[in-house]
Design a protein around this ligand. Structure first.
Ligand code: AVJ
Length: 325
């Protein structure tokens, strides 16, 4: 009976996926070399990210969770019953707090989780349907770009886009502006955008979150190369790279890199592409920006997204922002 409440659409297989791998070649041809951070998240990478969220040093998940625990009911009251559409839903762990809060309306609830990792999407869906008998769920496997271009139609009344975990921080300033423009276009006036952002704080706390003792973040970072090897018939020698993460105080961002331990060349056969690295050369796999709330608020206003309320933790480490288009 749970299956009648579950639909599932694979956006990877749509024609839009062409754009998906050209950016690998583009990134690896850059100086310095980069890779789009979504390649951190195949099924293996999503698993490792779940483990990161449990680490004592990795404060963002815990902090955002605590904020949601105290704010979810208030959020639901402010928006009223709405269709929830989540970008980068992963295990939907924090989203459960919202699902609980929206259950107070005692009506059918529509939830559209979107993730690049189909595996975690399906596992999570079955679990959620079991737990929430009034939930209708439609999973979308694909990138944010693909998903925003094919968003659940406006006939779903009163939609709220959800973007937790400070994933906004993975976009540089230009990408962030483009993304917010897409959000603005996707929403009708009156609809909502709820998102979490990691805030600026002492550098030691931030750096520890990306250099944890158990090397889980290192494994997570290195998995990008395993992912490329698997997906594009590559031959990266993963053990000839090391994890490197540091805070760039000028750009207010963590930068995560893979550093080559020797001069080496790798081939991605499916892309008919070859890349050479010098010993010590790095590939930047992720930026994670740390925000200044007043600046962010004006960026939002420039995109016709009105902040209705901002919640934070007592230390002011993390912010949760509810905007209305
Ligand atoms: C949750 C995707 C925003 O930048 O903190 C965790 C992912 N990278 N450790 C972040 C991540 C390294 C992360 N995001």
């Amino acid at each position: 009976k749970e299956h009648s409440r579950f639909r599932w659409i694979n956006l990877h297989s749509s024609q839009l996926s062409i754009q998906e791998d050209t950016d690998i070649i583009q990134g690896l041809s850059n100086q310095p070399k980069t890779l789009p951070c979504r390649y951190l998240y195949d099924d293996q990478g999503s698993e490792l990210f779940e483990q990161i969220c449990e680490l004592p040093e990795y404060y963002p998940t815990r902090t955002e969770q605590a904020i949601l625990e105290t704010s979810a009911l208030e959020i639901a009251q402010m928006t009223g019953l709405c269709t929830l559409i989540e970008l980068g839903s992963g295990s939907s762990r924090k989203t459960r707090l919202l699902l609980d809060a929206y259950s107070q309306f005692q009506q059918e609830l529509q939830y559209f989780p979107i993730d690049v990792s189909a595996g975690i999407l399906q596992t999570t869906a079955l679990d959620l349907l079991h737990q929430y008998p009034k939930l209708n769920l439609c999973g979308l496997a694909g990138t944010y770009e693909q998903a925003l271009a094919q968003l659940p139609p406006a006939e779903f009344e009163n939609r709220m886009l959800i973007f937790l975990g400070s994933t906004l921080g993975n976009l540089n300033e230009q990408e962030c502006n483009d993304f917010l423009t897409q959000i603005q276009r996707a929403l009708k006036p009156g609809e909502f955008f709820l998102f979490g952002v990691d805030l600026q704080k002492p550098i030691e706390i931030i750096e520890a979150a990306y250099n944890n003792s158990q090397s889980i973040t290192a494994a997570f970072n290195l998995n990008t190369l395993h992912h490329l090897n698997r997906r594009f018939q590559g031959n990266f020698e993963v053990n000839q790279f090391e994890h490197w993460a540091f805070y760039n105080p000028v750009a207010h961002q963590i930068e995560m890199h893979l550093r080559s331990l020797k001069n080496q060349t790798a081939v991605l056969e499916a892309l008919d592409y070859q890349v050479s690295l010098q010993s010590g050369e790095t590939i930047r796999t992720e930026i994670s920006r740390k925000f200044h709330l007043p600046t962010l608020v004006s960026v939002l206003e420039n995109h016709a997204l009105q902040p209705l309320q901002i919640w934070s933790d007592p230390q002011g480490w993390f912010g949760l922002i509810l905007c209305q288009r």
